[in-house]
Design a protein around this ligand. Structure first.
Ligand code: NAD
Length: 463
């Protein structure tokens, strides 16, 4: 697929600049019409989306339906259901200090938005954030990742069916094209990707003091208590870790477990992985592949480098470069300076780290950057609350994994190194809107109270 040229980017940018007032002043009915058209267009392309995700990731139709199609459909329906209410002014309540003032928040579109997305959920992520931007009344340039080429084609077709380029335009390209975009002035930049590129985006945004949302990644731990429903916990971790072959930003990156559970836990991982994917997961129709050779090499090298340093492969470890296949792999005894314990894994390799006391595990987590997600598995609320209160993460799920991102009323977002700002649902609408503070003075303007020259009377009123 040909990348968008710089001249095309300039032309789209100008067209959107001119169209932004129309988008900004569009009514709820006009925005709803577009969102409904988007929903219909993507439903009509169900087969094409599934085929594209299979070509990009070898992803099963069911997994594509759950993690990409249904997720987007739910999000769109949620926005459609609530948009009229969200667009209304919100009262800020009364103040005794200012009884004469009607205070409210007015939601206005920011204007020109730039959305930059990664490759790992190449349908869901562009659609989620685009829906929020359109709902808020912005014009949008949507820069897709260059890696998921088949899915990008379908995303582009759907968007072109629904929106004129002056309203929403897909930009294709890699570093050069993104850097060119980032030199322009936008009113909001929404970036999803790695913390390293997030810093580049933030630096570029600072030149124009552009507002940003950064949805980043990190090492998300799953912490187990000794008092745990072990089989269920292991199954939940397996699903969240191996869906999309581990290429999920909120996948459990590593497990922290009490040492006394070692034998049972390792056996449970072996048994449940075999039950999920069979004796040879390469033949499982449900197990996806690594996006490309570069990421396959990154993961295979990390595993190979870890082995001579004492890492034990408890299950998995098989690889096939021709297919970019890496088996669901669980390892233990990984050296802490190995990249598996230093970098976000973003693939189907799961290290287990054992602890003696929970505060040791908490110290370990707090010694790293704040993660995007943190999972707690325990039958004991005291344990869960202790971990919750003594750690920080973008989001947490207790006794399951990834469910927190499916709840329509919870925001999606990280903290510090794992992200800035929040997305999805109401929070996505807010991110793409400016919440303008309005004080509507009904009676008694301030000049009736404070006026020059100041006198003793002014002090008396204030006291
Ligand atoms: P990435 O940061 O390499 O790329 C993201 C986007 O930035 C792509 O569109 C890419 O073309 C562009 N880009 C890459 N290098 C650039 C540069 N030097 N200058 C300007 N633009 C550049 O990330 P990725 O490999 O596509 O995705 C994986 C990362 O994304 C992981 O860290 C993962 O955790 C994170 N992620 C986060 C979320 C979330 O919602 N928090 C969701 C999915 C993925």
């Amino acid at each position: 697929m040909a990348y968008t040229t710089f001249q095309e980017i300039d032309s789209i940018y100008q067209q959107q600049q001119q169209y932004q007032d129309s988008a900004k002043h569009s009514t709820a009915a006009q925005r709803l019409k577009l969102l409904k058209q988007l929903l219909a267009a993507l439903k009509a392309k169900e087969d094409a989306i599934q085929k594209a995700l299979y070509q990009d990731f070898h992803k099963s139709a069911m997994e594509t339906a759950i993690t990409e199609q249904f997720a987007v459909e739910f999000e769109l329906k949620h926005i459609i259901k609530h948009l009229r209410k969200w667009m209304k002014n919100r009262s800020a309540g009364r103040s005794l200090m200012l009884p004469n003032v009607r205070a409210y928040l007015h939601f206005e579109a920011k204007g020109q938005a730039l959305i930059i997305t990664p490759w790992n959920y190449p349908f869901q992520l562009p659609m989620f954030h685009l829906a929020a931007s359109v709902a808020a009344g912005n014009v949008t340039m949507l820069k897709l990742s260059e890696l998921a080429v088949h899915t990008n084609q379908v995303v582009k077709e759907i968007i072109q069916e629904v929106f004129p380029i002056a309203h929403v335009a897909v930009i294709e390209g890699e570093v050069a094209e993104t850097s060119y975009l980032l030199n322009k002035r936008f009113d909001h930049i929404h970036f999803t990707g790695s913390p390293a590129v997030g810093k580049i985006v933030m630096a570029a945004a600072s030149k124009h003091l552009t507002d940003i949302t950064l949805e980043l990644g990190g090492k998300s731990p799953a912490i187990l208590d000794k008092n745990v429903a072990l089989e269920t916990a292991v199954k939940n971790i397996i699903w969240a870790k191996f869906v999309n072959a581990g290429q999920t930003c909120v996948a459990p990156d590593y497990v922290l477990a009490p040492r006394q559970l070692k034998l049972q836990l390792e056996q449970a991982f072996k048994t449940e992985i075999e039950e999920a994917f069979g004796k040879n997961p390469q033949h499982s129709p449900d197990f996806a592949r690594i996006i490309n050779e570069k990421h396959f090499k990154r993961l295979s090298q990390a595993l190979e480098e870890a082995k001579p340093l004492g890492t034990q492969v408890l299950t998995g470890g098989d690889m096939d470069a021709k297919e970019c296949y890496i088996a669901p792999t669980v390892v233990s005894n990984v050296a802490m300076n190995n990249s598996l314990m230093q970098e976000e894994i973003f693939g189907p390799i799961l290290p287990i780290v054992y602890y003696n006391q929970i505060n040791e595990a908490i110290k370990f987590v707090n010694g790293k950057e704040k993660p995007l997600a943190l999972y707690i598995f325990s039958k004991d609320d005291k344990f869960s609350n202790h971990v919750l209160r003594h750690t920080s993460a973008g989001s947490t799920c207790i006794n399951d994994a990834m469910i927190q991102i499916m709840h329509p009323n919870l925001p999606f977002g990280g903290v510090n190194n794992s992200g800035l700002g929040q997305s999805t649902g109401w929070y996505g609408f807010k991110a793409f809107s400016h919440e303008r503070a309005v004080a509507d003075v009904k009676l008694l303007p301030v000049s009736k109270v404070f006026w020059f020259p100041y006198t003793e009377k002014t002090f008396k009123i204030l006291r």
